[in-house]
Design a protein around this ligand. Structure first.
Ligand code: MSP
Length: 522
């Protein structure tokens, strides 16, 4: 039987600015979920990339006195290198200026045009360059600002092509109602259902070249380029390999996506772009005859003093600078553990340090105590004992962890793992290996306690390797494993006889945490 497959995506980031903590969060969240599926033995396609067309990019390039393509080349490289520094395990980095993508967008538009799904009309309305979207009179209000970033909108009146989005309203509502988990969390689903209570308008899908030259030319009118969101959303299909214009299969992909990765299992994105993903995107897919993605996860924003962290607000935190000070895995841990998936979280240095202390004082401390006791009391070899002192807690944690990950509550899954480490520290206190060691009659009890502690470290490495791949591989290595085991094997692995080494602290204490006087050591 072939392995189960899982295809998941991040949004593609505008190539108009540098990656910041908000982008890093979205990508890390997807990475953590991707690693979780790989660790369960599934075959995974994890896609990320850059969104390179549209007015925003053109304006930024003009401002810098650069060609848009040169700006995109530079920014795509920045994103790719940031992701490599953050240990992101994507399988494909797509750029919307790639020939393959341009061909897919062209094929899709031609198909929609041939099917009578696109018509020419007049557009008059308010456009936000920051969001690359039109907003209604009501949405922009008397101040004429976009309702998401609060930036000024511009009035546009022009001839555009429109996609008959309104025809799909009923089908979309039915889909959302019949699939309660299609958009999570529920608050976002309700928001979209609320939006869909009003009549859905048709979608303007083109821009005249007289105003915007940087985009994919419409196959049926050389004077227009494709609206950047239509172009961008299609990246998910391009990378899936469902449609290969010009290949032997022709456009077979529209009728039959088998053999490709389409439909995606999960789109991860921020709450500011739910409408585009949960309304524009599924209706375009319906019109093309393509299946819908199976799930959309909308996460919240990282805010700084209640304002969204964004380049246009000038309040961004650079994830790479934090990484230089605390290490990649500490940044990953903070971002994944601190933000309740779906809610907002506020970035503060204090919270960062508090989460780091958890790593140093709970997990790091446990690892250091256990490895040094095995070294000291049993010459660095795990004794031959069953090691079942914490079996019930391990079993319970695995159930909670899996349930939380499967329902995309990553912060909860990580919280459960950290709780197990806390429990294990309590077990160390209660079993008092230092006292057992002094009593030759209790050698078996000491063996059992030490083996139980090592087992818990192995399980912790398996639980947390998705979020801290380097540190947890290191931890698994310290207790005699080549790599953190797969989740379903972790509780039952043989620990007896493994060679243990202590090594330097996994998460070195930093001055502020010492000053705070928290934690204890062995
Ligand atoms: N290019 C579009 C997405 C197209 S997907 C087919 C776009 N790009 S973006 O660079 O502006 O934002 C990409 C993602 O980063 C969005 O999901 C957005 O929510 C996320 N974030 C940007 N700032 C953020 C925070 N401050 N906090 C959390 N995520 C935020 O939109």
């Amino acid at each position: 039987m072939s392995a189960a497959r899982f295809y998941l995506t991040t949004p593609i980031y505008y190539a108009s600015g540098e990656p910041h903590l908000g982008h890093a969060y979205a990508t890390l969240l997807t990475d953590t979920i991707a690693r979780y599926h790989r660790q369960a033995g599934e075959e995974v396609l994890f896609l990320t990339g850059t969104d390179e067309h549209g007015q925003k990019i053109q304006e930024e390039a003009d401002q810098r006195g650069m060609e848009p393509q040169a700006l995109c080349d530079e920014m795509a490289a920045r994103f790719a290198s940031a992701w490599s520094e953050l240990g992101i395990s994507h399988d494909r980095f797509i750029r919307t200026t790639e020939a393959e993508h341009v061909a897919v967008v062209t094929a899709v538009l031609q198909r929609l045009w041939d099917a009578g799904q696109i018509y020419e009309g007049e557009y008059a309305g308010w456009y936000s360059v920051t969001q690359e979207r039109y907003f209604t009179e009501k949405e922009v209000g008397p101040d004429r600002v976009d309702p998401i970033a609060g930036k000024p909108v511009v009035r546009i009146e022009e001839t555009n092509y429109f996609f008959r989005m309104s025809e799909y309203q009923d089908r979309l509502v039915r889909h959302i109602e019949e699939n309660p988990d299609w958009i999570v969390p529920e608050s976002r689903r309700n928001e979209i259902l609320g939006f869909l209570r009003k009549p859905l308008e048709d979608l303007s899908i083109s821009r005249p070249k007289s105003r915007l030259r940087w985009g994919i030319t419409l196959p049926f009118d050389p004077d227009h380029v494709t609206y950047v969101w239509v172009d961008a959303l299609l990246n998910y299909v391009t990378a899936s390999g469902a449609i290969r214009p010009g290949a032997d299969s022709g456009n077979r992909g529209f009728e039959d996506t088998s053999g490709s990765w389409w439909p995606a299992d999960l789109h991860v994105l921020g709450k500011d772009i739910v409408t585009t993903h949960a309304v524009y995107w599924p209706t375009i897919l319906m019109a093309c005859g393509l299946p819908l993605p199976k799930q959309i996860l909308a996460h919240g924003w990282w805010v700084v003093e209640d304002r969204k962290m964004s380049k246009s607000l000038g309040n961004v935190v650079d994830p790479l600078a934090l990484r230089a000070e605390f290490g990649t895995d500490a940044v990953r841990w903070y971002l994944m553990r601190e933000m309740p998936t779906g809610g907002d979280a506020s970035y503060t240095p204090e919270r960062f340090l508090a989460r780091y202390d958890e790593l140093a004082n709970v997990l790091g401390n446990l690892a250091s105590r256990v490895t040094s006791m095995v070294a000291r009391y049993r010459d660095g070899v795990v004794p031959n004992a069953r090691g079942e002192g914490l079996s019930a807690q391990i079993a319970e944690t695995l159930v909670t962890f899996r349930a939380a990950m499967d329902s995309l509550r990553v912060h909860e899954a990580l919280g459960a793992a950290m709780e197990l480490a806390r429990t294990a520290n309590g077990y160390v206190e209660e079993s008092e290996p230092w006292a057992l060691h002094k009593d030759p009659e209790r050698a078996d009890d000491l063996d059992e306690a030490l083996a139980s502690m090592v087992r818990v470290l192995v399980v912790l490495s398996a639980l947390l390797v998705t979020v801290m791949p380097d540190k947890m591989s290191d931890l698994a290595g310290r207790v005699g494993f080549d790599a953190a085991p797969q989740l379903d094997e972790a509780a039952a692995v043989e620990v007896a006889g493994r060679a243990v080494r202590k090594g330097a602290p996994l998460f070195p204490r930093i001055e502020s945490s010492q000053a705070a006087g928290e934690g204890d050591s062995e």
